[in-house]
Design a protein around this ligand. Structure first.
Ligand SMILES: Nc1ncnc2c1ncn2[C@@H]1O[C@H](COP(=O)(O)OP(=O)(O)O)[C@@H](O)[C@H]1O
Ligand SMILES: [Mg+2]
Length: 445
């Protein structure tokens, strides 16, 4: 069942329960209230009557006139002598009064509803003063009258309830519609995501939690879109990168096989083939490493590493290459600095940066390690030509490389390692010359 109907059904059921309970309570209390109210009114009337009697006839000497007076009243009453347990006069037919006498004990002053056949009467008794007269005026109202009042009241109540319920259900329908419509729209957008039609996704109008859910859905779609695109470009780039050396190798291998080269060319061909195979191996190794880093399968063994020792280690490894390129390595490392990371992987990350630096530097590559406020900062900079503006925003992406580039995977690996260690890496061109890579670790890393 649709959510819209479910909500409406639940609301209507709730409304019905509330109205039924309210109706039942009102119905059962109503008669009691009416009886009480009627008794009060009878009492008031009785008192007026008695005071009128008192005024007109002072004492109750002239009994006949009193009887006449009472009999003229347009109400149901009985004048009762409690000492003699006798009805003196009544406006009701004699048979009815006798019937009352048979069914009810007139002397029981507590009982205020009398029965006569199937009828009931609400009674109110007023003692006529002085008490020594032993006279009581008993006023009566048939219960039927009260029940008729209750009947009309209940019918009106029912009409009000029905109108109220219809309005409430209509209102709830409008409200739930308003609530559910954005959800339905969101469902359509999700269908588009399912079919990967990311460009067709439209924003929906919503408020509150639905708005938050919609935002999460859009974020998820963007992330998914980005991921799919990066995977596509990764495969395109990877196959391209693998194909180029393979074609070179194929070309030379076929040439050698078909004897189209002289000795010197053959020799050169073999050298190129060996180099290309090495390059292929490097690309494949780096791709495997990146895939592992990505899938977090790479066993990552973090521990406290002394940064000075780490930089020393990096320098030792790069020194031969630097000497070959006539590049000086400078180090400026704060003592006693530690970072919490996997040592081997951090070495790899820094080596990638420093080897790049040496390859692009004119004469100097500098490694700095220092505190930057609460953060730990590692900087690798050189005095080369810097990174071209169009390459700069994408430099950490896979297979992005410049003219002298090799695999284009080194910086991607470096970034993956740094981020896995909880750090951040950025790059900028220095104002004078060369590139500067800055790694920041939070103070507690
Ligand atoms: N210090 C640097 N100075 C200038 N360009 C650099 C520097 N480091 C990296 N680059 C550029 O970034 C590209 C990508 O680097 P990297 O991911 O390490 O791949 P690779 O070194 O295999 O080419 C390089 O090809 C180069 O063009
Ligand atoms: Mg590199």
């Amino acid at each position: 069942m649709k959510l819209h109907y479910q909500l409406n059904a639940a609301f209507t059921a709730l409304l019905l329960v509330i109205l039924t309970v309210a109706g039942f309570v009102i119905y059962s209390l109503l008669l009691n209230l009416l009886v009480q109210n009627e008794q009060q009114q009878l009492e008031q009337k009785g008192e007026i009557l008695v005071s009128a009697l008192n005024e007109q006839y002072q004492s109750f000497s002239d009994v006949d006139r009193i009887y006449d007076f009472l009999q003229e009243q347009d109400m149901q009453l009985i004048l009762y002598n409690s000492r003699e347990n006798r009805v003196l006069v009544s406006t009701m037919p004699g048979s009815v009064v006798r019937g009352f006498g048979r069914n009810n004990d007139f002397s029981d002053t507590q009982k205020n509803v009398w029965e006569y056949r199937t009828d009931k009467f609400v009674t109110s008794r007023i003692t006529i003063l002085p008490a020594s007269s032993n006279l009581e005026l008993i006023l009566l109202t048939p219960m039927k009258d009260l029940q008729a009042v209750r009947h009309t009241f209940v019918i009106r109540l029912l009409i009000v309830f029905i109108i109220g319920a219809v309005v409430a259900v209509l209102l709830s329908s409008i409200l739930t519609n308003k609530l559910v419509t954005p959800l339905t729209r969101l469902k359509y957008q999700l269908k588009k995501i399912e079919k990967r039609k990311f460009d067709d996704i439209e924003p929906i109008r919503a408020t509150g939690e639905i708005k938050e859910v919609a935002k999460s859905v859009y974020d998820m779609a963007n992330e998914l879109n980005r991921y799919i695109r990066s995977q596509q470009s990764f495969f395109q780039n990877a196959s391209h990168e693998l194909k180029t050396p393979l074609m070179t190798i194929q070309g030379y291998a076929e040439g050698i096989k078909e004897n189209v080269f002289d000795e010197a060319e053959k020799e050169k061909g073999l050298e190129v083939m060996v180099n290309e195979v090495k390059r292929l191996k490097k690309i494949i190794n780096e791709m495997i490493l990146l895939a592992k880093l990505d899938s977090e399968q790479a066993s990552y063994h973090p521990k406290q590493i002394n940064v000075a020792a780490l930089v020393e280690h990096v320098a030792d490894r790069v020194l031969p290459l630097a000497a070959e390129d006539h590049v000086t390595l400078k180090k400026e490392v704060a003592e006693g600095m530690y970072i919490y990371a996997d040592e081997e992987k951090m070495l790899r990350a820094l080596l990638n940066l420093v080897v790049n630096g040496v390859r692009h530097a004119h004469s100097v590559v500098k490694i700095t390690a220092a505190m930057n406020g609460k953060q730990k900062m590692l900087v690798v900079e050189d005095d080369g030509e810097g990174i071209s503006e169009e390459l700069l925003p994408h430099i950490f992406h896979r297979f992005v490389k410049g003219k002298q580039g090799e695999t284009g995977l080194g910086l991607a690996i470096t970034r993956a390692i740094i981020e896995q260690s909880g750090g951040k890496i950025t790059v900028e061109n220095k104002s004078d010359e060369g590139a500067r890579f800055v790694i920041l670790f939070p103070g507690n890393a």
